[in-house]
Write a protein that binds this ligand. Structure first.
Ligand code: IPE
Ligand code: MG
Length: 234
């Protein structure tokens, strides 16, 4: 989700106004994705690097997060949205952590649709945390080092139990990954759009999904191998 600041600047508004509009987009896109048949949506809401922003902006973002969680809990329960987080949420303000715990607990049994919030997330931090936990498990003897250990190791990532992303969309014209799901994105398709996050909506999401559907995903194989077999006519 990128471009809130520029959206505000273009209108002569403070950056926080862009973030406020960005939260409305979160709501729109969460339900648009579900309408379009998406089963899981991950939103990169706050990165480990975002703490370096001016203190008042960080404070405003945390305030918005708190406001959003308070407002949406009821909606998540009513609309059967399972909430999860990835990232070092233990370093978020205590009030936010409490709201997250409640929302995760109250929605944990929903299976149709999952919203994953990446909060205080960084892919390198995740790799370090996973390596530490894996090493501890090996030292404790509960885990063995083996030759083909991606399946094992990946269980120590924040995303344990979640599938890898099929499609990653970045808004606002930037064409970078910015430390997002580096390992999980190994075979993801990327769509970059110039649209700023507050202007992103269902039509833009549908267009990105249509673009995704036109791609041929080969996962290291040849085009012939992955093409669906020709329909046999009698
Ligand atoms: C959203 O937009 C970023 C967050 C969710 C923290 P930005 O704040 O990065 O907007 P730009 O890049 O300044 O336009
Ligand atoms: Mg940005």
């Amino acid at each position: 989700m990128d471009g809130n600041g520029r959206w505000a600047k273009q209108r002569g508004l403070p950056r926080i106004e862009g973030h406020r509009r960005g939260v409305e987009t979160v709501r729109t896109v969460t339900f648009a994705a579900r309408d379009l048949g998406v089963r899981m949506l991950t939103l990169y809401a706050f990165s480990v690097e975002n703490w370096k922003r001016p203190q008042d902006e960080v404070g405003a973002l945390m305030g918005l997060l708190e406001f959003y969680l308070k407002k949406e809990l009821e909606t998540f329960v009513r609309d059967r949205v399972r909430l999860r987080t990835i990232g070092r949420t233990q370093d978020l303000p205590a009030g936010v952590q409490k709201l997250l715990r409640t929302a995760i607990e109250e929605t944990r049994h929903f299976t149709d649709y999952t919203l994953v919030l990446a909060l205080n997330y960084g892919a390198r931090t995740e790799a370090v945390d996973a390596a530490r936990a894996y090493a501890a498990a090996v030292a404790a003897g509960t885990e063995k080092l083996n030759d083909d250990s991606w399946e094992t190791f990946s269980r120590y990532l924040y995303t344990t139990g979640l599938p890898d992303p099929d499609l990653i969309i970045r808004t606002s014209g930037e064409t970078r990954i910015s430390n997002f799901l580096l390992l999980q994105a190994a075979y993801a398709e990327f769509v970059f759009t110039p649209v700023l996050w507050p202007d992103f909506g269902k039509p833009e999401l549908a267009a990105a999904i249509a673009e995704y559907a036109r791609r041929e995903r080969r996962f290291g194989q040849t085009g012939d191998q992955v093409k669906p077999a020709a329909v046999q006519r009698p």
